[in-house]
Design a protein around this ligand. Structure first.
Ligand code: SAM
Length: 148
């Protein structure tokens, strides 16, 4: 991924995120774990989803399609193969993941697409956000050839 947006309007959350980022990108952590510095240099702390959309549009020269995610099945859900193919065609996408209680209904309703939920073998599918991000990114961008 080319950018990772941490979206919150809360000043104390933004300050906290910026403190962590400063440690790992410019502070003592930067030299300690260079790989982590490289990863965290992609992080942008921003007030709103609309600002993230504008930032991507400015960088990519076109508005990204906004794809929200949630554990609850919805009528109109985008499948992973279709999204993987669309990404392969070079169009920019902004994937939205929630924290706490998940993405607000209006965020889901306003997204261009909602990705089909990750369904495990059992019925439980409320994943931690880091697990959901890892699975979704592997399905969309991970290697699909060979024994992987
Ligand atoms: N408190 C939790 C934590 O610390 O990770 C956050 C829960 S939040 C609801 C988890 C987010 O991960 C959801 O908003 C959604 O974006 C994504 N997610 C969780 N389960 C998912 C699933 N089964 N399919 C797709 N996305 C899922």
């Amino acid at each position: 991924v080319s950018a990772f947006f941490v979206v919150t309007p809360l000043a104390d959350q933004k300050a906290f995120a910026e403190r962590i980022l400063a440690h790992w990108t410019r502070g003592p952590g930067a030299g300690h774990i260079p790989d982590r510095r490289q990863a965290l240099e992609t992080v942008v702390v921003i007030d709103a989803v609309a600002d993230a959309v504008a930032t991507v549009a400015g960088r990519e020269g076109q508005r990204p399609r906004v794809v929200a995610t949630c554990a609850r099945p919805r009528e109109r859900a985008l499948g992973y193969p279709a999204l993987r193919a669309a990404i392969g065609e070079g169009q920019p996408f902004l994937l939205l993941f929630g924290t706490a209680w998940g993405l607000a209904p209006e965020v889901l309703d306003n997204a261009d697409e909602v990705l089909a939920p990750i369904q495990g073998a059992a019925g439980y599918n409320h994943l931690s956000v880091r697990s959901a991000v890892a699975i979704v990114l592997d399905r969309l961008l991970g290697r699909a050839d060979g024994p992987f």
